[in-house]
Design a protein around this ligand. Sequence first.
Ligand SMILES: Nc1ncnc2c1ncn2[C@@H]1O[C@H](COP(=O)(O)OP(=O)(O)OP(=O)(O)O)[C@@H](O)[C@H]1O
Ligand SMILES: [Mg+2]
Length: 303
Amino acid sequence: MNGIEMNQASPLLQMQQVSIASKKMPSRLLVNRVSFSIDPGKTTCVVGESGSGKSLTALSVMGLLSKQLQLTSGKIVFNDGQSGAQDLTKLDEASLRKIRGAKIAMIFQEPMTSLNPVLTVGYQIGESLTTHLGIKGDKLKVKIASLLEMVGIPPSRANSYPDELSGGQRQRVMIAMSIACEPCLLIADEPTTALDVTVQAQILKLLDELKTRMNMGMLFITHDFGVVADIADYVVVMFRGEIVESGTKQQILNHPQHPYTKALLACVPDAEGKKPLKPIDYAWLPENQRTQQVANEISEATV
Ligand SMILES: Nc1ncnc2c1ncn2[C@@H]1O[C@H](COP(=O)(O)OP(=O)(O)OP(=O)(O)O)[C@@H](O)[C@H]1O
Ligand SMILES: [Mg+2]
C-alpha cells in the first residue's frame, strides 16, 4: 500500500506533483510538479505544444523513462480496485513488468519502433496474452483472431509481417496489442497523428468504444483540439513542462482561463475555413521567454 489510503471510488491513476529532469541537470525540470487524475471509463487528454513534456509524463507512468532521465519528485498512484493503491514510483522493475501490458498498456508515439519487423503481427499480439495470462495453443489463435477483428483487420492477416500492412493497419495492430489483456488504463501517445483523417476518425471511435465496453481509463496525448472535442472527458494543458490549466472538456473548450489555452484554441481552424491559421501568440509571457527558440535552447542545454 506504500502508506496510501484509498477506497474503491478513488481515481484509477493519480499523478501527484510529478517532476522529471535529466540526470545531468537535475535542477532544470522537464516536467514540473504535474498533478492530474484519471477515472475508470473516462478519458483525460493531455494537450500542449511539442516539447511540453507530454510523452515524458506518459512514459513515467509506465516506468519507461530513458536512463538519462530521473523522477525528481512526486507519486504516481495506481488503483485498479483489486490490489489496493500502489505508488508506481516505488515498485521494482519485476513488479512493474507485471503491471505493464497487463493492467496498464501504452500505444507509443512511433508505432514502427514498437513493432518487431521479423515477427508476425499475430505472434506479437499473442505475446502478452501468453506472458501475462498464460493463454496458449488454439485458445491463443482464437483470441488473436478476435482481437484483430475488433480493430477491423481480417483475422487472416495474423500471419502478416508489419511491413506488409498499411500505416493505419499497423496502428490498429498496436491497439490490438495494447488491449489484448484488457488493461484498466490505456495510455495513447498521439496514436493517430501520422494517419489520414478517415483512419484517424475510425481509430478514435474504436478507442472510445473500447473505453466504454471495458470501463477502461484513458490517458490520451494529442496536440489536436478536434480530437479533444471528440473524445476527452477531462483536459490537461501543458506548457514547457508545467500544467497551466486543467478541467472538464466543457470548461477548457468553452471557458478557457489561461492565456496559453486561449492562444492554443485561437489557432484551431474553424469548420468553414474562414479563420486564418496563425502562430501561437505568446504575448502573456515575459518578453525574453516568448519564442519557441528559447524553449528549445533551454531544453537542448539539458541533453
Ligand atoms: N532523454 C532525454 N534527455 C534529455 N531531455 C529529454 C529527453 N527526452 C525528452 N527530453 C526533453 O524533455 C522535453 C519534453 O519532451 P517530451 O518528449 O515529453 O515532449 P512532448 O510534449 O511529448 O513533445 P512532442 O509533441 O513533440 O511529442 C523536451 O524539451 C525534450 O527535449
Ligand atoms: Mg511526445
